[in-house]
Write a protein that binds this ligand. Structure first.
Ligand SMILES: NC(=O)c1ccc[n+]([C@@H]2O[C@H](COP(=O)([O-])OP(=O)(O)OC[C@H]3O[C@@H](n4cnc5c(N)ncnc54)[C@H](O)[C@@H]3O)[C@@H](O)[C@H]2O)c1
Ligand SMILES: [Zn+2]
Ligand SMILES: [Zn+2]
Length: 361
């Protein structure tokens, strides 16, 4: 028995997305059907729609979600119907080389549902990041469901499923920010702001927010940035050095994904400091740096995918901190919308008007 539900589908490159009827199969071995309660609109959904990820149209969009497990397939023991879960795109396999070496955050074989959701004519859908949660219900691998405290609001908890986790994790997991560190964050959208939160959480003494949009800098300050720099009129490297006693920051997080902002991050850190690239560049971008500076400035140049998170370790912990009032996830929810409003939300995201629009189902 399959179910018919409503979901947001991107049929072809650049076409506006539409709500369509989709067919969700009953869960097979190792799978679960989740009743989605909330799903944030992320840049990656727009990238899919624009053909920027791959050509496997039609896509079922949405991947930053929380909901309740409705049905599980044979052999599923970690979650059961009724569990409140955040969906993740890192259901680690436990067997690949990375997993066996104790580095499951680099798993090469993360799990997704094996069966396909389809349109009513049988056309197979490609779920965004193996999730597809702009839908009343979605089929995922059971390992993609991470149980968290059901006291959390679905809109806030769901954000941990992608961008907010990427930002927090860039600071606390990849960057290894510690008590007393100085941290600069270049690019304060949803991901950069989450890095600001992560840096604060890790005990950073100074958190310097850099952006070209004053509205973004204001939000970053409400979230706990101690200083802000508008890099459209101030040299961010000089300013960050001035704010850190002439040295540069211990950790600089680049959350834009451009060569010029990467270069700023590279020179704005102290000797032997760490740069974390979390912004995603395009295939054509190139970086040129004097190799002598790469050598002479020492330290670490790192990239961060999904905040180097382990969902089973990080999601429940961050939800607990949220419920204790120590992690303001609600600040990221700029507006709540319906499934029919995703296309409009893309436009607002593109203009920089929102941190996150969240679809409530
Ligand atoms: N590594 C990961 O796992 C991961 C996960 C999710 C998103 N991302 C990436 O993180 C990046 C940020 O995502 P987001 O959702 O916060 O996007 P966003 O559009 O909300 O934020 C980008 C911010 O950068 C600012 N900006 C643009 N150009 C700038 C410049 N030259 N100097 C300073 N600031 C500038 C913008 O004003 C905006 O505030 C994107 O590249 C996204 O694809 C990475
Ligand atoms: Zn693995
Ligand atoms: Zn995302």
């Amino acid at each position: 028995m399959s179910q018919h539900v409503r979901g947001v589908v991107a049929r072809a490159k650049g076409d506006p997305v539409r709500v369509e009827t989709i067919v969700v199969p009953d869960p097979g071995p190792g799978e679960a059907v989740v009743k989605v309660q909330a799903c944030g609109v992320c840049h990656t959904d727009l990238h899919y729609r624009e053909g920027g990820i791959n050509d496997d149209f039609p896509f079922l969009l949405g991947h930053e979600a929380a909901g309740v497990v409705e049905q599980v397939g044979p052999g599923v023991t970690d979650v059961q119907p009724g569990d409140f879960v955040v969906l993740n795109w890192r259901a680690v396999c436990g067997h690949c080389r990375a997993c066996r070496r104790g580095r499951p955050q680099y798993c090469f074989d993360t799990h997704n549902a094996r069966q396909k959701m389809t349109l009513t004519d049988g056309t197979e859908l490609t779920p965004a990041l193996g999730i597809g949660a702009f839908a009343e219900k979605t089929l995922v691998a059971a390992g993609q469901c991470t149980k968290v405290d059901p006291a959390a609001s679905p809109a806030a908890a769901g954000l941990l499923g992608c961008g907010v986790m990427a930002g927090i994790g860039a600071a606390i997991n990849t960057g290894g920010v510690g008590r007393g560190d100085s941290v600069a964050v270049i690019g304060c959208g949803g991901v950069g702001d989450a890095a600001v939160l992560g840096a604060r959480l890790a005990g950073a003494a100074k958190v310097i927010a850099v952006d070209i949009d004053d509205r973004k800098l204001e939000t970053a300050r409400t979230l706990g940035a101690t200083h802000s720099v508008n890099s459209s009129d101030t040299d961010p490297v000089e300013r960050i050095r001035a704010l850190t006693g002439g040295f540069g920051a211990d950790v600089v997080i680049e959350a834009v994904g451009r060569p010029e902002t990467y270069r700023q991050a590279f020179y704005a850190r102290d000797l032997a400091g760490t740069v974390v690239l979390v912004g995603v560049p395009t295939p054509r971008m190139k970086l040129e740096l004097p190799l002598l500076d790469v050598f002479g400035r020492g330290g670490a140049l790192k990239s961060s995918w999904y905040g180097d998170c382990l969902p089973s370790r990080d999601f429940p912990m961050l939800v607990d901190l949220y419920l204790q009032g120590r992690l303001d996830l609600d600040a990221f929810v700029s507006e709540t919308i319906t499934l029919d409003e995703v296309e409009d939300a893309f436009a607002r995201m593109h203009k920089g008007d929102v941190l996150r629009s969240v679809v409530i189902l």
